[in-house]
Design a protein around this ligand. Structure first.
Ligand SMILES: *Cc1c(COP(=O)(O)O)cnc(C)c1O
Length: 429
């Protein structure tokens, strides 16, 4: 190979994966093992001291899982990655090294419903909290940041409405205030957007969605840019001061750009145990091989279907940010120029009742709480994913009672449209 940087589709197939040194196996084997034999006592001690990188125990590291982490780090342009048992686990793992009791994050109001829950209630049990702010409003974000803020959190393409975050603005803001920007890139995938290019420090993924791509895995990944100076502010003692949880090691001093990744494995996975299993990593590795092909088709189909829906008199509105009518059309052109994803909401004439009827009348679409599948999927957020929120919060989150969320698959666009057409007829009869 030459020194020229490899293209996305090449990395999607080759990054992180070498022929197996023991057998020559071309595909990454599923290393279904719990533990790894140490060469001798000195080798074991060196591994535990992080003086040598190697495998100890699969709660911490596993070769199949490591191949996936390396591949996603390469695709996102990061220094390192840690794989986790789910997207939600990845979010906690992203926050864990940054936070102490009493610290907060400033997060966008428009997020995956489960994330709003996790940040509103569950993280309070750790003494952390979240302030939710409209991320279109730069002044409001700045006003919400205080001395105890440790991160800024948003989604590239916000679930469920498909709103595109202005990562260029947010990256500059984060640099200006000296805080890490954490971007959930699940709904864009690195093929549509690489948040690190806009200044993100951490990128989190639910690998459950487009990375695996066919609804077979629950998994998550945190990618670290390796660029944030954890030592500059004194705000990140787990990373940039002697860490009592790891015999006083200063991770940033010892490991530089790999501080976050090593802390996440050596302390985060060790003590929180939210580890990805090698079977799941294998499926996700296979899914990523076709990520570029799939995403191109997802966004092409999304455009065809969104334009058809927008022109239909039974429909009140379509939020796909690639539409010229979208207030996010301009941002989308800068942040996700290849396409504004394949996830959006549709407001149906007839409100809540019509939405429920639409969902029940579709035959090609699956009614599921998932997105980013080869199959087209639909859900009514107000009665499912966002039902824990009150109506005002549903509206703020883009999940008003009169909208359905659709995740456009890679079937023939004509078949997707035909299914929507017959179901809209029934829903609005
Ligand atoms: C699904 C999803 C999550 C949570 O991921 P899980 O793998 O289900 O835990 C987080 N963020 C976004 C944007 C998602 O779509």
């Amino acid at each position: 190979m030459t020194d020229r940087p490899l293209g996305f589709d090449t990395l999607a197939i080759h990054a992180g994966a070498k022929p197996d040194p023991a057998t020559g196996a071309r595909q990454v084997p599923i290393y279904q093992t719990t533990a790894y034999v140490f060469r001798d006592a000195d080798h074991a001690a060196r591994l535990f001291n992080l003086q040598e990188v190697g495998y100890i125990y699969s709660r911490l590291t596993n070769p199949t899982v490591a191949a996936l982490g390396d591949r996603v780090a390469a695709l996102e342009g990061g220094a390192g990655a840690v794989c986790c048992s789910s997207g939600h686990a990845a979010q906690l793992m992203a926050l864990f090294p940054l936070m102490q009791p009493g610290c907060n994050i400033v997060a966008a109001t428009r997020l995956y419903g489960g994330t709003i829950q996790q940040f509103s209630n569950t993280i309070r049990k750790f003494g952390w909290s979240a302030k939710f702010v409209d991320f279109d409003d730069e002044a409001a974000i700045r006003a919400a940041i205080d001395d105890n803020t440790r991160a800024i959190f948003c989604e590239t393409i916000a679930n469920p409405g498909g709103v595109v975050s202005d990562l260029a603005m947010l990256g500059k803001l984060a640099a200006d205030v000296g805080l890490p920007l954490i971007v959930d890139n699940t709904t864009a995938s690195p093929w549509l957007c690489r948040p690190i290019d806009f200044g993100a420090t951490l990128v989190v993924h639910s690998a459950t969605k487009y990375l695996t791509g066919n609804g077979t895995v629950t998994g998550g990944i945190v990618v670290d840019s390796g660029k944030f100076d954890w030592s500059a502010s004194g705000k990140f003692p787990s990373l940039a001061a002697p860490e009592p949880a790891y015999h006083g090691l200063n991770f940033h001093a010892a490991l530089g750009p790999m501080a976050f990744t090593f802390h996440s494995i050596a302390v985060g996975l060790r003590d929180l145990g939210m580890t990805m299993n090698p079977q799941g990593a294998h499926y996700t590795l296979m899914g990523i091989e076709t990520l570029g092909l799939r995403m191109a088709r997802h966004v092409q189909n999304a455009k065809t279907v969104a334009e058809w829906l927008e022109a239909d008199p039974r429909v009140e509105g379509v939020t796909w940010a690639g539409l010229k009518s979208s207030p996010y059309h301009g941002v989308a052109g800068r942040i996700v120029p290849k396409g504004a994803g394949a996830l959006f909401t549709v407001a149906v004439k007839g409100g809540y009742e019509a939405c429920v009827k639409l969902v029940d009348s579709l035959t090609l679409f699956s009614h599921v709480a998932n997105l980013g599948d080869t199959r087209s999927l639909i859900i009514h957020p107000a009665s499912t994913t966002h039902r824990q929120l009150d109506e005002a919060a549903q509206v703020r989150a883009g999940a008003a009672p009169n909208v359905v969320r659709i995740s456009i698959g890679i079937e023939d666009a004509a078949d997707i449209i035909a299914d929507l057409d017959q179901a809209l007829a029934k829903a609005t009869a």
